[in-house]
Ligand binder design. Structure first.
Ligand code: HEM
Length: 519
């Protein structure tokens, strides 16, 4: 009896082991199919150096710990493997590039202008807007929006910028001679206020829940898109949906709600603007171009292609692009000049030359008369590179730096790799505005400074961002002097989709003694 029972147990154990083996084999085959790599990519990757990989997931664990760790990894790759290296994320081949001559080929080539397949998670949130949209939509819409951000019309927005900036100056007066605070508690709201006013003509109401929800949603969208991109197990739709579907819907919902409310409230104004533009278009095209017509242009596009979602995608993209970007850079700038008091004194001396001790607002022409401010801001954009890496798709086989790249390769342009390359900046970790003296700039290749990327798919808001940041910094530095207990060594850079400071931007302010340092 017991022998029969033993045989039954042995039999059922064998069946279980057999079934488990079949299951494992099937799962393995499924994963192999899912993560099967294109043999042309594999052959090409074998010609490139790169860190060791794990079967199937490739380098997917390299960025597991994110933040400070990711920053070290990316910098480490360039140090160890040079200007070109390969990484695998599941089936996706990603080639890191940081040699300016190679980047020249990438930025100017229409076959490497699009975003790669691995970047697709970002599309969940920003849809077909400029940042993530497919090439055929991007090409048309970029052309439509480009004149709205032309340097020639930026001066028109100075009054609106100043209006918002001086509200924050007043708010910050309550912090005078007080303890340290975090600049991050103020500056994102200023940037958000400015971009919604200038591009949508909307006055933000901070008591309206949807405003805060929109801001938080953008952050969540960025963070989770990055995870979905770099963690190969999240390339499996089933797992991705299981873990993130609800969150994606929530984030999409709050972004859309904000955009829909805006359109709703502005519908009559938009229609009037469209009429006005039609009437004067034959007289002077420049007259009709104003940043406020961003909203009108987005509306016109949706009418032309009968796609309301596209209009919301463009609005959400523009507001996203214009918010934390300038706020982070301004925060780093103020922290750096709080650390380096000599740089801050030199900045104020230059401003004193232009404004004396008057209270008048700065305008577009004043900004042009402050070359040292330009240098310090550019050094901030280098030393605290906002977008550490950006991605491009090799749509068709093409040559980059004399090497043939097969279609399907994802290019990771390492802007930090360029900005911290000792060949271009001899002492890259030092905060040194002299890196942007006219003599130093003249000696370097123009692509050694890439905060806004380059070529036809660069940052459309570059002129706008520079003016907004300068006007903000001028107003703040004319009213306050900035101080901090932080040192340069205390600043730990957190590499997410945007580079931020792990411990924030702690500073205190005192009233500005309105005299230059030499008096
Ligand atoms: C410090 C400020 C800023 C920096 C450093 C910055 C940097 C960048 C970079 C590097 C890109 C290229 C991204 C890529 O290729 O994946 C980009 C794209 C973009 N930026 Fe900015 N940006 C800033 C401010 C702004 C502002 C103020 C706006 C809006 C007014 C804006 C709107 C956009 C848009 C819409 C794109 C997508 C452009 C396209 O693909 O055609 N950015 N930005």
């Amino acid at each position: 009896m017991s022998k029969i029972r033993d045989e039954i147990i042995t039999y059922s154990t064998s069946v279980k082991i057999g079934l488990l083996t079949i299951l494992i084999v099937l799962l393995w085959k499924y994963l192999m199919k899912l993560f099967r790599r294109d043999h042309r990519l594999v052959t090409f990757a074998e010609t490139l150096p790169g860190p060791p990989t794990i079967p199937i997931i490739g380098n997917g664990l390299d960025f597991y710990y994110g933040g400070v760790h990711a920053m070290k990894k990316v910098m480490g790759y360039t140090e160890k493997y040079g200007h070109i290296y390969r990484l695998w994320f599941g089936k996706f081949l990603v080639v890191g590039l940081s040699k300016v001559e190679d980047l020249e080929d990438v930025f100017m080539n229409s076959k490497t202008m699009g975003k790669p397949e691995i970047f697709r998670p970002f599309q969940d949130y920003w849809g077909d807007g400029l940042f993530t949209g497919p090439m055929h939509i991007w090409k048309k819409n970029r052309k439509r929006f480009q004149p709205i951000f032309g340097n020639n019309i930026m001066g028109l927005y100075t009054p609106e910028f100043n209006d918002k900036i001086y509200k924050v100056v007043d708010m910050m007066k309550t912090l005078l001679n007080g303890p340290e605070f975090d600049a991050w508690d103020y500056l994102p709201y200023l940037s958000f206020d400015i971009i919604t006013k200038t591009s949508l003509d909307v006055e933000l109401d901070w008591n309206d829940k949807s405003v805060l929800q929109f801001h938080n949603s953008v952050k969540t969208g960025m963070e989770t898109s990055l995870l979905k991109m770099l963690r190969p197990w999240l390339h499996i739709k089933f797992l991705r949906d299981l873990l993130y579907k609800k969150q994606v819907e929530k984030v999409q919902g709050s972004m859309l709600k904000f955009s829909q409310q805006t359109i709703q409230n502005k519908l009559n104004i938009i229609k009037d603007d469209i009429l006005r533009r039609k009437n004067i278009i034959n007289q002077d095209p420049n007259e009709v171009i104003s940043l406020k017509s961003f909203l009108t242009t987005a509306y016109e596009i949706q009418e032309e292609v009968n796609n309301e979602k596209l209009m919301h995608d463009e609005i959400i993209t523009m507001i996203t692009g214009g918010t934390d970007t300038t706020a982070i850079t301004n925060s780093f700038f103020l922290l750096a000049v709080a650390i380096y008091q000599d740089i801050q004194s030199k900045l104020y001396d230059e401003m004193y030359e232009v404004f004396g001790d008057s209270d008048r607002y700065a305008d577009h022409d004043d900004v042009k008369r402050l070359p040292y401010l330009d240098q310090v801001l550019k050094e901030t954009l280098r030393r605290f590179t906002l977008a550490p890496v950006i991605f491009r798709d090799v749509e068709e086989d093409c040559k980059i730096g004399g090497r043939l790249f097969p279609a399907g390769t994802a290019l990771m342009i390492s802007i930090i790799g360029v900005h911290f390359d000792p060949e271009y900046y001899p002492n890259p970790w030092k905060f040194d505005p002299e890196n942007f003296s006219p003599e130093a700039v003249e000696k370097r290749h123009k692509l050694t400074f890439l905060p806004f990327s380059s070529g036809p798919r660069n940052c459309i808001g570059q002129n706008y961002a520079m003016l907004e940041m300068k006007l903000t910094l001028i107003a703040l530095l004319r009213h306050f002097s900035f101080h901090t207990t932080m040192t340069m060594d205390d600043i730990k850079m957190n590499m997410g989709f945007l580079m931020t400071s792990v411990d924030g931007y702690k500073m205190s302010i005192k009233p500005r003694n309105r005299k230059p340092s030499y008096l």
